[in-house]
Design a binder for this molecule. Structure first.
Ligand code: HEC
Ligand code: HEC
Ligand code: HEC
Ligand code: HEC
Ligand code: HEC
Ligand code: HEC
Ligand code: HEC
Ligand code: HEC
Ligand code: HEC
Ligand code: HEC
Length: 292
């Protein structure tokens, strides 16, 4: 930091830096923020943003604002400041990006969970890195998990989506900028999210199982679960949440549907799936009971 100050102060003293722009009264950003003084800042020229505003100092102004006061007296802050010493409020900082990015992936930013939590674009994005960390899957995921510790724990459960392994990613299902769907999902519903990759579970089936057509999360957890196949519950218990009154429960029920009583010996203790294997729906002509 001391070195940067020194270089910048030197730059200020050198008459050769007082370029044409100064004749108009305001020195150019790059007159002081030289490559040698601000190597890290200049990485912006290795990104798509380097060409904004015609390139050069024009790019700086596109995000940081005209900043004339600052250019004349560097102790004053620039129009929009993002760094640790920033003076710009959250809305102002986000506004600097939204001027160009209010459409596309960030269309539903306003009112999104992250916006309401006071996060801004630069909470995740760093425009002065050749490779914006938010755009690399592994770094983005680490950032997500640093706040979402419950999800992080779910990724370690015995049954899990291969998220930590990098085969699926938070961004495959969620839009961190918010969406119209629940839980900021890219797709309008949970099912549409799942069916992007598990197309074979998409109906219509000759014999549908209503809960599968309705909501995969009635039986599955999206991130991880203690039961195999990401299931919310094990074996017959899963099915008997809804099929309490089935005439052949695997767990014995009395006439009132309460535990106790006698069960059918053929199914007692058996997993419903032994026979009803097609829980997602069946296309077999005689698959009415989802058995084939
Ligand atoms: C007269 C020299 C000079 C000019 C011209 C200049 N700056 Fe600076 N700027 C500085 C100095 C000195 C600092 C503080 C150095 C540091 O701490 O890194 C600074 C800091 C900054 C910061 C960081 C503020 C923070 O958050 O701490 C930004 C952003 C910035 N300048 C943008 C600009 C922009 C945009 C322009 C052109 C409109 C510009 N500067 C023109 C000298 C200048
Ligand atoms: C695409 C928008 C964008 C452009 C273009 C841009 N900046 Fe920045 N700048 C940012 C953001 C965002 C940060 C905060 C980065 C972070 O989170 O560390 C920042 C931070 C800075 C800082 C403070 C660094 C620190 O460590 O505190 C300086 C100085 C700076 N920019 C100068 C410039 C200059 C000079 C230019 C033109 C060469 C420029 N910026 C172009 C968005 C931009
Ligand atoms: C003056 C307009 C402008 C401003 C201001 C601006 N951007 Fe951009 N940004 C662009 C353009 C143009 C592109 C390239 C085309 C595209 O992807 O939309 C881009 C691309 C991006 C990308 C994708 C980069 C890539 O490599 O694919 C990200 C991320 C991004 N901007 C974030 C930001 C953030 C964060 C800010 C505020 C700190 C910001 N932008 C400010 C115009 C702007
Ligand atoms: C919670 C972290 C986070 C925040 C906050 C965030 N982004 Fe992003 N952004 C990402 C990630 C991760 C990606 C990579 C693409 C993806 O997974 O959807 C991305 C991608 C982008 C892209 C390029 C692809 C696209 O979706 O168009 C742009 C542009 C962008 N962000 C702009 C913004 C702007 C503008 C803001 C502030 C209004 C912002 N981001 C806030 C995490 C974030
Ligand atoms: C700085 C902390 C922080 C970071 C980083 C962060 N989040 Fe969040 N996120 C929150 C908070 C706080 C909430 C609101 C409370 C909650 O649901 O946990 C939230 C909410 C969410 C929600 C629920 C949204 C809704 O509409 O219900 C999703 C999904 C989400 N974040 C995904 C992500 C993803 C993906 C990333 C990485 C790209 C990420 N978050 C990065 C703090 C963070
Ligand atoms: C395979 C798709 C998928 C992936 C990958 C995924 N999620 Fe989710 N996530 C969902 C679904 C679906 C929900 C909604 C669950 C519900 O409504 O029952 C959800 C809910 C959430 C929520 C809000 C509710 C909660 O459980 O706290 C957060 C936060 C969240 N996810 C964060 C993340 C993060 C962080 C990652 C990456 C590490 C991630 N998700 C990866 C599908 C996914
Ligand atoms: C981005 C693609 C993607 C999306 C979206 C997705 N999955 Fe997956 N899913 C995978 C991959 C990859 C595997 C691992 C397959 C393998 O290892 O053979 C998997 C495996 C599974 C498994 C089997 C787990 C096991 O232990 O064998 C279940 C159940 C599952 N997904 C349910 C869902 C549900 C429910 C959703 C919606 C919330 C969903 N998936 C969304 C890619 C995805
Ligand atoms: C009624 C409960 C239930 C619903 C609803 C449900 N599943 Fe399943 N799913 C199961 C069971 C039980 C298994 C385990 C089957 C086995 O081990 O043979 C399973 C297994 C899977 C598997 C891994 C094995 C395979 O068959 O590929 C995937 C992937 C899967 N489900 C995706 C989905 C998707 C996507 C949805 C929503 C469209 C969904 N499931 C809805 C109960 C359900
Ligand atoms: C979320 C509630 C729910 C869960 C959990 C559930 N089902 Fe269903 N199931 C239904 C509904 C609703 C129907 C349609 C009932 C009807 O048409 O009368 C149905 C129908 C069936 C049918 C066909 C019955 C018929 O009359 O054609 C079978 C077989 C079946 N389920 C087996 C299972 C099995 C096996 C499981 C566990 C893997 C399971 N179900 C889990 C709600 C559920
Ligand atoms: C030993 C094989 C077997 C097992 C185990 C089994 N079922 Fe069945 N189930 C069948 C057969 C065969 C039928 C069709 C009977 C018929 O059509 O008369 C059936 C019919 C059904 C029906 C439709 C009932 C109706 O009223 O039409 C439901 C619902 C059902 N089973 C749910 C379950 C549930 C829930 C479990 C686990 C608790 C289970 N089954 C375990 C073989 C089995």
């Amino acid at each position: 930091m001391a070195m940067r100050w020194l270089l910048l102060t030197l730059a200020l003293c050198l008459p050769s830096i007082a370029t044409a722009a100064e004749q108009e009264g305001v020195p150019e950003c790059l007159g002081c923020h030289t490559l040698t003084a601000d190597v890290a800042v200049h990485a912006v020229f290795q990104t798509v943003h380097g060409g904004l505003g015609g390139g050069g100092s024009g790019s700086c102004v596109s995000c940081h604002g005209a900043s004339e006061e600052h250019a004349l007296d560097p102790t004053a802050m620039p129009g929009v400041s993002f760094g640790p010493r920033r003076e710009s409020a959250a809305a102002e900082r986000a506004g600097a990006c939204l001027g160009c990015h209010s459409g596309g992936g960030a269309l539903h930013w306003a009112g999104s969970e992250h916006q309401r939590e006071g996060m801004v674009c630069d909470s995740c994005h760093d425009s002065h890195r050749q490779q914006d960390p938010a755009l690399t899957d592994t770094q983005a995921q680490q950032a997500c998990l640093s706040c979402h510790t419950r999800v992080q724990a779910e990724l370690l459960l015995p049954s899990r989506h291969p998220i930590a392994e990098g085969k699926t990613n938070c961004g495959d299902c969620h839009n961190p900028h918010g969406s119209l769907g629940e839980a900021s999902l890219h797709q309008a519903s949970v099912n549409d999210s799942c069916l992007q990759c598990h197309q074979e579970k998409r109906g219509p089936f000759l014999w549908e199982h209503p809960p599968a057509a309705e909501d995969c999360s009635l039986c599955h957890r999206p991130h991880g679960a203690i039961h195999e196949r990401l299931l919310t519950a094990r074996g017959p218990a899963l099915c008997q949440q809804c099929h309490v009154a089935a005439f052949h429960p695997s767990l014995p029920y009395g006439a009132e549907g309460l535990a106790g009583g006698s069960g059918n010996q053929n199914v007692l203790g058996k997993n419903c799936l032994n026979c009803h294997s097609q829980v997602h729906g069946s296309n077999h002509p005689s698959g009415a009971r989802l058995t084939r």
